[in-house]
Design a protein around this ligand. Structure first.
Ligand code: HAM
Length: 434
């Protein structure tokens, strides 16, 4: 076993997995831009208080999973920091800090990047993972709630995941939730003896969290717990009905999930999660999000509504691999590899390849001094469509162009080479016989 390894719960994204991730990020960027979201970047760490206040002190994410950062010794470093477990609290902190309430509302932001949770590692659950996140701050909904759910479903289709299910719920607001929480507390108190230790402690501080407990012993109790839907106030009920009507107009058929409360404290009203059929356990959501109408105020701003979602790119990549969708199977391939009959003459190969790259082609030279046969083998293994063979004809301005897929070869003037390859590449992309 090598002496140094990636930390437990993290992994190296090797080729071709990194390319799959890049494509997932690209799809996120394309879609978010089309829907009018602007990219934002926030630090990978924040004051711990941002998460304690924003996400909530009595949540798994803050109680058990924060990666606390040990900084230097100066006064400033007495501040407590933590790696970001999720982007929403940091983005809202930035919204308040930079006075974005004076910008045109709503402010629509997107961020894709790594998050950190000190979780028990298992398939699809890592200590460093990637999220595609979008946030709309300044719109009370419910139309925008539907738009954002539609955006997530469009993303899943764009990357090649069919049949992703949408689960929705409304978890009420400050007007109706307290009464519900009291009912919930009574219910779990009546079952106190059956509660695992952590859940018994949480019953006093944050009974709602019992509904998203990952402890399997809680499943039957959760299934028969009273649901918020029976306790929504008129305004929340209307909001939820508005959301469902807008979703219907977009032909999105969500599953109503009355026990879905999400694991973070900032949510109000709309809450939703995305699953592949058959994978609806607590652990395997492809993404989730919801409304957080109290968060801006909680982090020091004026009362401002907000909603967003985070999609777990690691889980999307895993699902694609299982589904062996084109996106994950497709590897990056060069249009051409430049090889040479004179094994020692690396200069000419480098020159020709540099010119082709200058013309916009994906290609590289074989810069080894192995014999031509081996160079051609290498070009084939790289998946190149063509090999450009530099030989004696180069003195008259010609090279041999070998189509490695068709097994044919012809002479081409160096001055025509880039144009020929670009044409072949375009034909190939459009399904021509190339
Ligand atoms: P979340 O449900 O905690 O929500 O995370 C969103 C997604 O990130 C999950 O559905 C999952 O796909 C992925 N994820 C979470 N933890 C892990 C992990 N340990 N390993 C791999 N993937 C993971 C949020 O983070 C909210 N900020 C979403 C949001 C945005 N709500 C409003 N705006």
């Amino acid at each position: 076993m090598p002496r140094f390894q990636a930390p437990r719960g993290t992994r190296d994204l090797l080729p071709p997995e990194r390319s799959v991730f890049l494509r997932l990020e690209e799809a996120a960027r394309d879609l978010a831009t089309r829907y009018g979201y602007q990219p934002i970047e926030t630090p990978l760490f924040e004051q711990t208080a941002v998460y304690e206040r924003g996400v909530g002190e009595v949540t798994d994410v803050v109680e058990k999973e924060l990666f606390r950062v040990q900084a230097g010794r100066g006064d400033e470093e007495r501040e407590r920091w933590a790696l970001r477990p999720e982007p929403t609290a940091g983005i809202v902190r930035a919204y308040v800090q930079h006075g974005m309430r004076t910008w045109a509302q709503p402010v629509k932001l997107t961020l894709t990047g790594p998050m950190f949770r000190y979780d028990r590692p298992q398939a699809g659950r890592y200590r460093q993972f990637w999220q595609f996140d979008v946030e709309v701050i300044g719109d009370p909904g419910p139309a925008v709630d539907a738009e954002i759910i539609e955006l997530a479903t469009a993303y899943f289709s764009a990357v090649g995941l069919s049949d992703v299910q949408v689960l929705v719920n409304s978890i009420g607001d400050g007007a109706c939730r307290p009464a519900y929480i009291a009912t919930l507390r009574d219910y779990f108190r009546a079952h106190e003896a059956e509660l695992p230790d952590l859940e018994r402690t949480r019953l006093a501080t944050n009974p709602l969290r019992l509904l998203d407990s990952k402890d399997e012993r809680m499943a039957p109790l959760i299934a028969s717990a009273p649901t918020i839907s029976q306790h929504l106030c008129e305004a929340c009920r209307e909001h939820f009905e508005g959301l469902l009507a807008h979703l219907e107009a977009l032909s999105i058929e969500p599953r109503l999930a009355p026990t879905l409360v999400r694991g973070l404290d900032y949510y109000t009203r709309t809450a939703f999660e995305f699953y592949r059929p058959g994978a609806e356990g607590q652990q395997q959501a492809l993404g989730g999000g919801g409304r957080y109408d109290g968060l801006v105020e909680l982090l020091g701003g004026q009362p401002t509504p907000g909603i967003g979602f985070g999609i777990g790119l690691d889980r999307v990549a895993l699902a694609l691999a299982e589904q062996s969708a084109a996106l994950s199977a497709e590897h990056w391939r060069p249009a051409a590899v430049v090889v040479g009959a004179d094994a020692q003459d690396t200069v000419v190969r480098l020159q020709v390849a540099t010119e082709l790259r200058g013309a916009g082609l994906a290609c590289w030279p074989d810069l080894t001094t192995r014999r031509l046969g081996k160079q051609l083998e290498g070009a084939g293994r790289a998946g190149a469509h063509f090999a450009v063979i530099c030989g004696d004809e180069l003195e008259e301005g010609h090279v041999q162009l070998r189509d490695l897929e068709a097994g044919t070869q012809r002479q081409v003037a160096v001055t025509d080479l880039a144009r020929e390859l670009l044409r072949a590449q375009a034909q190939h992309r459009h399904g021509g016989d190339g």
